[in-house]
Design a protein around this ligand. Structure first.
Ligand code: PA5
Length: 318
């Protein structure tokens, strides 16, 4: 039985959690390394994927998300690791921190505690403490904001400020979108950072609504998955996550892909709000989280428990 704050409550408070984290981490010093690996899994790991996408879009430093055991073979003592684990007890993330210590990398952790905080104490690595009591996936704003403050991404302070404002605006459309996804197989697509947001939609639909979903990235899907649409599943629905003022080649790609491959499939378009990449991407994370909760209600399931994840971790720990 899941304990703590119900996921639906945190989803409703997504903007407040972000603003609280933004206010609480103002004093956090950025890391001086120019190549940073962010290790984490699931809800915690998504922070690194978003940070990598932001670094790719905005520059400032190189960020590599790592969602596996250990560290990539190219990691050496010149790299800095930020290990992100809400519980602090995730086996893969613990092994990344242990590998960083072995390689002599600088490293620090963002966590509520657990074995990761113990390991950090043992090696003299710093820990950014996160409020306990949430589900890891619902704590995304609490984990992401301190991570962003540790990275010297171009324009990040302005982006955090704008994002805090955008996320206070009411979220519309979640009920209508959920109704269109109920009993269907959603294929969720986005480009650039919105491909990572598409992955978040998929994970939230799977974990909160207990329903399978698929995601992919434009333009990559035009070179492989598009062929599979020759025989689409009968219950397929496409969710297209888009930004205003997309580059013309991307706008043309959406239109042409729909014309050649998705002509008989319903497409739900969701447009990001705000100006900065962070605000835009998180506005659609917020919408997707709300959709997953509405879908959970329609599916008559409890959004919070993820019993099978807990059971798997317990068995692997034995
Ligand atoms: O949603 C979840 O609970 C998972 O995706 C977790 O985030 C994942 O298992 C990693 O755990 P943690 O975030 O505690 O490191």
């Amino acid at each position: 039985m899941a304990r703590g704050i119900p996921v639906e409550k945190d989803v409703a408070n997504f903007g407040t959690l972000f603003a609280t984290a933004a206010a609480a981490t103002l004093q956090l010093q950025p890391c001086s390394a120019t190549s940073i690996i962010v290790a984490g899994m699931g809800g915690s790991g998504l922070t690194g994927q978003l940070a990598q996408a932001l670094a790719e879009r905005c520059g400032g430093l190189r960020v590599s998300a790592w969602n596996d055991y250990g560290l990539p073979a190219w990691a050496d003592g010149s790299k800095h690791l930020i290990a992100v684990s809400y519980s602090g007890n995730t086996a893969e993330t613990l092994s990344s921190a242990a590998r960083a210590a072995e390689l002599g990398c600088g490293w620090d952790a963002i966590t509520t505690g657990g074995r990761l905080a113990e390991l950090a104490r043992q090696y003299g690595a710093s820990v950014t403490a996160v409020e306990p009591g949430h589900q890891p996936r619902a704590a995304l704003p609490l984990l992401l904001v301190p991570l962003l403050r540790r990275l010297t991404l171009t324009g990040i302070e302005e982006q955090i400020t704008e994002t805090a404002e955008i996320l206070t605006e009411p979220v519309s459309d979640a009920v209508a979108i959920a109704a269109q996804l109920c009993g269907k197989l959603p294929f969720i697509y986005g480009a650039s950072g919105l491909a990572t947001v598409a992955y978040r939609w998929r994970c939230q639909i799977e974990e909160n609504a207990k329903q399978l979903a698929v995601h992919h990235a434009l333009p990559e899907l035009d070179h492989n998955e598009i062929v599979g649409w020759a025989t689409p599943p009968e219950n397929a629905v496409i969710v297209a996550l888009r930004e205003p003022d997309e580059p013309p080649q991307l706008a043309s790609r959406w239109k042409t892909t729909q014309a050649v491959a998705w002509h008989d499939v319903p497409v739900i378009e969701c447009l990001a709000r705000g100006e900065s990449p962070l605000a835009r991407w998180l506005s659609l994370v917020q919408l997707g989280d709300c959709v997953s909760i509405e879908l959970a209600h329609l599916n008559r399931v409890e959004p919070t428990p993820v019993i099978v994840i807990e059971e798997l971790k317990r068995r692997l720990d034995e």
